[in-house]
Design a protein around this ligand. Structure first.
Ligand code: SAM
Length: 287
């Protein structure tokens, strides 16, 4: 069973595939987040978004964006859960020509160079692949994923609910992220619950007390076999994995207890996540 998203804040027409396919031709109104053409691209919502108003009206039919459904998963609140934090994600909006767009190295190389930016740093596809890897995992389908948090390079913190079905294609993903960064939240149609939303820093306030927080980096000297590592963790401990969603550099967090390399080779963030979810699925006998 699938259900569509709704975006609050601006009335929308029904056909969402049209909306996203025509993203280049739209000019969504900037909220507080976008750089002007030919200015430096540092255009996201402020790193500390305002708390959302509780009294927003329920979305109307016209608020609907069809085609991006919720995935049903088993709820498993009694067993330990997993949280992923994607650090340094490249999710930045700028006005390119006449429209606002999510900057990426393929489509905006000239624009970025003109603004003295390295196109290689603008890789929202890493976040896209990482989210698919987390949300598609049997671990999530078995109800053991509690949340995903994305912290952008500019410090904007985004919460992603585990039952969101992220668009499969990058173009549609970019459209959703553009909407999110401009409107600050995306809700399920007919429901108040936000599927994706910007929230206040720091991320640590949302982590379960006594959870084990584990940072991942190829540069760590502590190289472990992930199956062995998770077997040493008590079965009732919630786990938080911090993975970099950037092309270069390493995660810098002061809240992780462990700092691990899980392969002798540099991995993509998405593959690194697959190693983690695979090890937990084996530990918890999720097939
Ligand atoms: C594309 S890599 C970032 C590139 C960066 N040069 C690095 O290797 O950390 C994305 C993320 O995947 C994780 N990662 C990649 N290879 C890893 C490894 N061998 N062990 C642990 N984590 C790894 C790290 O969290 C890293 O930030």
């Amino acid at each position: 069973m699938t259900r569509p998203f709704g975006v609050k804040g601006k009335k929308r027409k029904h056909s969402q595939s049209k909306q996203y396919s025509e993203e280049e031709h739209q000019q969504p109104p900037p909220k507080k987040a976008v750089a002007e053409e030919s200015k430096e691209p540092s255009p996201e919502p402020s790193p500390e978004p305002e708390p959302e108003r509780e009294s927003e009206p329920a979305p109307t039919e016209e608020d609907e964006l069809s085609g991006i459904p919720i995935v049903p998963s088993e709820k498993n609140s009694t067993k330990p859960n997993v949280i992923f934090i994607l650090e340094k994600a490249s999710l930045e909006v700028a006005k390119v020509g006449k429209t606002y767009q999510l900057l990426n190295s393929d489509d905006h190389a000239n624009f970025l160079r003109k603004n003295n930016k390295n196109p290689g740093d603008y890789r929202p596809d890493i976040t896209h692949q990482s989210l698919l890897s987390i949300l598609d995992s049997p671990l999530n389908k078995a109800g053991r994923l509690r949340s995903v948090y994305i912290r952008t390079e500019k410090g904007v913190l985004i919460e992603v609910k585990p039952f969101v079905r992220i668009p499969r294609t990058f173009k549609r993903f970019a459209g959703v992220m553009l909407e999110l960064l401009q409107k600050l939240s995306i809700s399920a149609v007919g429901k108040r619950e936000k599927l994706l939303r910007t929230i206040k820093n720091p991320v640590t306030q949302y982590l379960p007390v006594n959870s084990r927080k584990i940072g991942l980096s190829y540069s760590s000297e502590n190289l472990v076999d992930m199956d062995d590592y998770v077997s040493t963790i008590s079965s009732n401990t919630d786990l938080v994995f911090v993975v970099g969603a950037m092309a270069h550099g390493k995660i810098e967090t002061d809240y992780t207890e462990d700092y691990l390399a899980i392969s002798g080779y540099p991995l993509s963030a998405a593959y690194c996540i697959t190693r983690i979810t695979g090890a937990l699925e084996r530990k918890w006998k999720i097939l």
